[in-house]
Ligand binder design. Structure first.
Ligand code: PLZ
Length: 451
């Protein structure tokens, strides 16, 4: 099986039929994209922004082809979703087969095997070998909300602790849990109550605080301002995504998890962005052997179809009464078929190891830039970022991040920014991308930094 889909070193991909090469046919955006942007402006709510002003026509592997025929290198994977490559052939075949069998029955009405099989896979793959259960939803935010519902039901407590720079979604509860006001929360309150924020471990910015010290600092806030006895759940991204690809100092996560265990608090890992091989482990928690009580997954789980999950200790998951969890589309059969194919691809094509190779390549290329405006190169696996600052300081430089991203876009590379200050360039390529495309993209980035 491996040979057919493992083509990282080649310039063409017979898998998807999309040539794995950057190629510009027009200026970015081209005339057809411009036309569509005009239609978008007249038809789509202004609140829905886009990173790039180009419209997609096709995508395969590590390339997105726009409507003007431009081949763009994809360092975003649709925000960490197409981990197994855009239009992965196994995913396409599985969805095609499922769509011809049935598109929907609603699992809460007449269930189907695909949902159960995804739950079994998640119970097997997520950290810890305790007895587990899973429930499926549609989006990351919806799964985060359900994790909180489950934790409250299990503990009989209300409070939820989240962290500085956190991103958990755009629904009312998850807006409250998300740190950054603009653009996620501004003008959208009032927000859900009983959400409290603790300081994170942010090695680049917290003066070398080690993991244990940073955990002590956070837990002191939690104990003094919330009180363990009131706390249902602590929710944390093991590596923060939108907040700036912040990997906490070693020891931080294990200390928090241990405190939660000692205090009957449900420790929830939001692995919506970090999960499914992205960080060079199946889940980012695996890196330090942290076993969360509940783990929230989405994005990379289903190769581009909308699916999310909460997986965790059977006794916690089963605390919610029958009928208390669900939704019309949660665990849609097409999404489940895609997830099973994506999981099979990660396992059979060695994509966990591939993520580590990608991390090594990107990190060495980025460090070699030795640019004084790059304050930090960080991340794990295929989740790597550079934090841009004014040389010789920690002052964030969001204007530079914006300009570099725009220059990369013009040259045919899809790059995303992130961070509370918007000064972080993040790289999240599909794990099936070739080294050649990655090197080309890094050459473009170097040029964009110079420009
Ligand atoms: N938790 C850790 O990264 C989604 C958001 C993009 P949904 N991140 C991308 C945007 O601007 O809306 C995310 C995440 C973490 C939860 C979510 C929410 O996942 O599927 O977007 O709801």
């Amino acid at each position: 099986m491996t040979g057919r889909f493992r083509n990282w070193g080649m310039t063409t991909s017979t898998d998807t039929g999309i040539r794995q090469q950057r190629r510009l046919e027009t200026a970015i955006p081209g005339p057809l994209s411009r036309e569509l942007m005009t239609r978008k402006g007249a038809a789509v709510a202004a609140g829905v922004g886009t990173t790039m002003p180009v419209f997609a026509a096709a995508a395969g592997g590590g390339i997105v082809v726009d409507v003007d025929g431009n081949h763009l290198i994809d360092l975003g994977s649709g925000i960490a979703v197409t981990t197994v490559g855009a239009s992965n052939p196994r995913v396409v075949a599985a969805v095609r087969e499922q769509v011809e069998a049935f598109t929907h029955t609603c699992f809460m009405v007449t269930p189907y095997e695909g949902y159960v099989a995804v739950a079994e896979s998640l119970n097997r793959l997520t950290p810890g070998d305790h007895d587990k259960r899973t429930a499926l939803f549609n989006s990351g935010a919806e799964a985060v909300e359900n994790a909180v519902k489950i934790a409250r039901s299990h503990t009989g407590r209300h409070a939820v602790v989240v962290f500085d720079h956190a991103y958990h979604g755009r629904t009312n509860l998850t807006m409250a849990m998300t740190a950054k006001s603009m653009p996620y929360k501004h003008g959208f309150g009032p927000f859900a109550s009983e959400v409290y924020r603790a300081p994170l471990s942010y090695p680049f910015r917290d003066g070398g605080l080690d993991g244990a010290e940073a955990a002590r600092r956070a837990l002191e806030v939690v104990e003094k301002q919330v009180g363990a006895a009131n706390l249902a759940a602590m929710v944390i991204e093991p590596i923060q995504g939108e907040g700036g690809f912040i990997a906490p100092a070693p020891g931080f996560l294990p200390a928090l998890a241990e405190w939660c265990r000692a205090n009957g608090v449900v420790f929830v890992a939001d692995e919506v962005q970090t999960g499914f091989a992205r960080t060079g482990d199946w889940f980012a928690c695996d890196h330090e052997g942290v076993v969360p009580d509940l783990i929230v997954t989405a994005k990379g789980i289903a190769g581009g179809l909308p699916l999310s999950a909460v997986t965790g200790r059977a006794e916690i998951m089963d605390a919610a009464h029958t009928g208390g969890l669900g939704g019309t589309y949660g665990g849609n059969p097409l999404a489940c078929a895609a997830a099973l194919a994506a999981i099979e691809t990660i396992e059979q094509d060695g994509l966990v190891a591939r993520a580590r190779e990608i991390g090594a390549l990107l990190t060495s290329r980025l460090r070699a830039l030795a640019d004084p405006r790059i304050g930090d190169v960080r991340g794990r696996g295929a989740m790597i970022a550079v934090e841009l600052v004014r040389p010789g300081s920690l002052d964030p430089d969001p204007a530079l991040a914006k300009a570099v991203a725009a220059a990369a876009h013009e040259r045919g590379v899809i790059v995303l920014t992130c961070g509370t200050h918007g000064n972080v360039l993040r790289f999240l390529p599909p794990l099936t991308i070739s080294d050649e495309l990655l090197h080309d993209a890094m050459d473009v980035l170097a040029e964009a930094l110079r420009a």
